[in-house]
Design a protein around this ligand. Structure first.
Ligand SMILES: Cc1cc2nc3c(=O)[nH]c(=O)nc-3n(C[C@H](O)[C@H](O)[C@H](O)COP(=O)(O)OP(=O)(O)OC[C@H]3O[C@@H](n4cnc5c(N)ncnc54)[C@H](O)[C@@H]3O)c2cc1C
Length: 390
């Protein structure tokens, strides 16, 4: 394959939203694509996410710029019919209830406005009128317009069914196969070798061992709750709520969150009439467990901000594991050593928003084109020790 030719075949490791989106955009160009996944589509973070397609929570800089493109692409795919019924445009309300949160919110609102996002600042009275379900403890708010919501596993299913791409379930990538010319010939798996003209690693937390990035990427668990339907309360909320503390827990104004367990409240009124409430940030990969302390803490925070939730029953709690990178930026781009190897992983808490736009960008790169989104801040070569585990 030269850079101006389409690859004859592409192998993608990982069928989360990033792998599925990459496959979708490659298949649209007529490229023959196979995805392998050690479990199945949306088996990891993508299937356990909230689904905020949101610029509101992003750190100023490349992540905010990428999120703007990400939301724009969701709108485009909705207009094209690809994501019909799956993407719900709506505002995000960031709410501050303390001096510290007010300070963060003011700085964050200014950063969003600076990127061209429409933000309306709401004082206590305006907030109470716009959002009557909120507690009087809410001192100030910012309505971030133009965000949206999408359920990750539904997006994956739609991208796969629309593109007709083959997914090989239960196939775990073990290591890359290096060809004599220094290119990558394919992937050795527990079910044998898979060969292709180009290889994309979109394996979330599985990318670390395939690319020898154990010190660079780490799992970050999040616990989420889902309530029963409460249609009246749900209808009284004009968008999702994010507490100022969520920005602090996510490090949206600084270099990244502190390690250990962080709490940041998000209350999402779902189209079903239920509420999705989260969540935690924990340096752990224990995705099969919720703990009582976390559930209690999240519920107490939610009821403090939206008192009506005290009368709504909790239906279930679950957890997922994000893939965090030490410098809080994902790794997206061509692998420095091998011309036909690409990586798209490490999206932490932003991959539902960024998955489609990053998949589109990687598909362009794989086909020898310059992506419209500037990927230079995300280049894998910033970790100089990058070396393939072949
Ligand atoms: C609790 C929680 C809440 C979140 N909320 C939001 C939100 O509101 N908005 C937002 O934008 N993002 C959110 N996220 C983040 C988002 O879910 C992730 O960033 C995104 O799903 C990452 O997608 P991915 O395709 O890179 O990885 P994943 O979804 O993790 O997919 C990786 C896939 O690779 C497969 N795999 C791994 N190793 C191998 C291997 N060796 N061989 C073959 N297959 C392999 C796995 O089985 C998996 O299917 C949240 C995440 C969590 C956990």
């Amino acid at each position: 394959m030269t850079r101006t030719e389409l690859p004859s075949s592409v192998l993608i490791a990982g069928c989360g939203i990033v792998g599925a989106a990459t496959a979708f955009f490659l298949a649209r160009r007529g490229v023959d694509v196979t995805i392998i996944d050690r479990e199945g589509p949306a088996a990891a973070a993508t299937g356990a996410a909230d689904g905020a397609v949101s610029v509101a929570s992003k750190r100023p800089g490349p992540m905010m710029v990428a999120a703007l493109s990400g939301v724009a692409l969701y709108r485009q795919l909705l207009a094209e019919g690809v994501l019909a019924d799956l993407f719900t445009p709506r505002s995000t309300f960031i709410i501050a209830a303390s001096d510290e949160e007010c300070t963060v919110l003011e700085a964050h609102g200014a950063a969003l406005s600076g990127e061209g996002v429409t933000v309306e600042t709401l004082g206590r009275t305006a907030l109470a009128q716009r959002f009557p379900a909120l507690s009087p403890s809410a001192r100030m708010g910012a309505e971030v317009k133009g965000d949206g919501h999408a359920i990750g596993y539904r997006i994956v299913n739609r991208l796969l069914s629309t593109s007709g791409v083959t997914v090989r379930r239960g196939v775990a990538a073990k290591h890359l196969i290096e060809a004599a010319n220094g290119r990558i010939a394919g992937i050795a798996t527990d079910k044998g070798e898979f060969r292709a003209d180009a290889v994309v690693i979109a394996a979330g937390n599985g990318a670390a061992s395939l690319l020898r990035l154990d010190g660079v990427m780490k799992p970050r668990k999040g616990q989420l709750l889902v309530t029963e339907r409460a249609p009246a309360l749900n209808a009284s909320m004009p968008g999702s709520i994010m507490s100022g503390r969520y920005l602090l827990s996510k490090g949206s104004q600084k270099g990244g969150p502190a390690s250990g367990r962080g709490y940041g409240l998000v209350v999402d009124p779902l189209v079903t009439g239920q509420f999705l409430i989260g969540g935690t940030r924990e340096d752990s990969d224990a995705r099969q467990t919720n703990d009582f302390d976390a559930v209690k803490h999240i519920l107490a925070d939610a009821v403090a901000l939206v008192p009506g939730l005290a009368d709504v029953r909790l239906l279930r709690a679950f957890a997922g594991v994000r893939t965090a990178v030490v410098d809080s930026l994902p790794l997206v781009g061509r692998w420095p050593v091998h011309d036909n190897l690409f990586v798209a992983a490490g999206f932490e808490g932003d991959g539902i928003c960024l998955g489609p736009v990053m998949g589109q960008a990687i598909a362009a790169l794989v086909c020898g084109e310059q992506p419209t989104l500037d990927l230079s801040p995300f280049t894998p070569s910033r970790f100089s020790a990058c070396e393939v585990a072949a």
